[in-house]
Design a protein around this ligand. Structure first.
Ligand code: G1P
Length: 303
């Protein structure tokens, strides 16, 4: 089973940095953002490879995931074993590449991976967000396994004034991750049976305020539907629209998650905050980070 990570975007929010470095390779501490997503994708049992949907303008992403024995040897010669191991680990991840030659939307990006996912279910992980403990997809897989391999998406409540930015689901709560239906149907761990999906609805048309967080476990059938999917919101081929068609044929579930479990890297501000959060939770750099910030900035952070 594969996991697909769309990564063909231009990264305009990070210009001029992304003139030189694809946004996927911007670091969070010492690792590029996309490596966190790849490692998260490989966590659920059964995932044996990651397919990155790249654009041809970003060959640096492919170089990054290649073995670099020259660099490894140089580091080992200098006694830098830990660094050499980290370089080796990055180059040894089971990552392959396909290309999206035109920016035609998320649905089109996913379809570009059809030859690699073949007739198996697969995960999709949006790359502007990663979950440090890597458990979100693992839990989605549990829900899917409990329902005969059905498609499962991660969702979370969003304020009404923001529903028009996201994919929104309709449905009803049927159980909890650990058994019975929770008292609060929108609490973390609630499992919904999805009855409809709509991409970027106007607030008055939104069937709920549960938005699609950016983690999907999809049945192979979605690829056939994407192949015939017309343009939707924003003139793009929307994954959400093909999922709405999938609902006519197959069951689909949604797992309510806490989006704060993950770190957003989609804007410069979110990326900077993610670096701070990771530095504060990483025992090896926490002290040095707080010292480097100085008392004034620490005061600002804790306000
Ligand atoms: C995409 C999906 C949307 C989802 C969102 C999560 O939208 O189409 O359904 O809610 O990601 O971030 P985009 O952010 O690409 O507009």
């Amino acid at each position: 089973m594969k996991a697909v990570i769309p990564a063909a975007g231009l990264g305009t929010r990070f210009l001029p940095s992304t003139k030189g470095t694809p946004k996927e390779l911007l670091p969070v501490l010492t690792k590029p953002v996309i490596q966190y997503v790849v490692e998260e994708a490989l966590e659920p049992t059964g995932v044996d490879g990651v397919v990155i949907v790249n654009s041809r303008e970003k060959p640096q992403i492919e170089s990054y995931f290649k073995v670099d024995s020259g660099l490894e040897d140089q580091l080992r010669d200098r006694g830098k074993q830990a660094e050499a191991d980290a370089v080796h680990a990055a180059g040894s991840l089971p990552v392959s590449f396909v290309y999206q030659d035109e920016p035609r939307g998320l649905g089109h990006a996913v379809l570009c991976a059809a030859d690699v996912t073949r007739d198996e279910s697969f995960f999709v992980l949006l790359g502007d967000y990663f979950v440090p403990d890597r458990q979100m997809c693992v839990n989605m897989k549990r829900v899917s396994d409990a329902h005969g391999g059905a498609s499962v998406i991660a969702v979370a409540p969003v304020p009404a004034d923001q529903v028009s930015r996201y994919g929104i689901i309709a449905g009803s709560c049927v159980e909890g991750l650990s058994g019975e239906v929770p008292a609060d149907e929108e609490s973390v761990g609630a499992v919904w049976k999805v009855s409809g999906l709509v991409e970027k609805p106007a607030v008055q048309d939104a069937p709920s305020h549960l938005f699609i967080v950016g983690r999907y476990l999809l049945s192979a059938r979605i690829m056939d539907l994407l192949a015939t999917q017309g343009a939707g919101a924003g003139g793009e081929i929307q994954l959400t629209d093909a999922m709405q068609r999938l609902l006519a044929e197959e069951d689909m579930y949604a797992l309510v998650v806490d989006p704060e479990e993950g770190c957003d890297t989609g804007t410069p501000a979110a990326w900077a905050a993610t670096n701070a959060r990771m530095a504060l939770t990483d025992a090896s750099v926490r002290e040095a980070f707080v010292e480097a910030l100085g008392p004034k900035a620490v005061g600002l952070l804790s306000e």
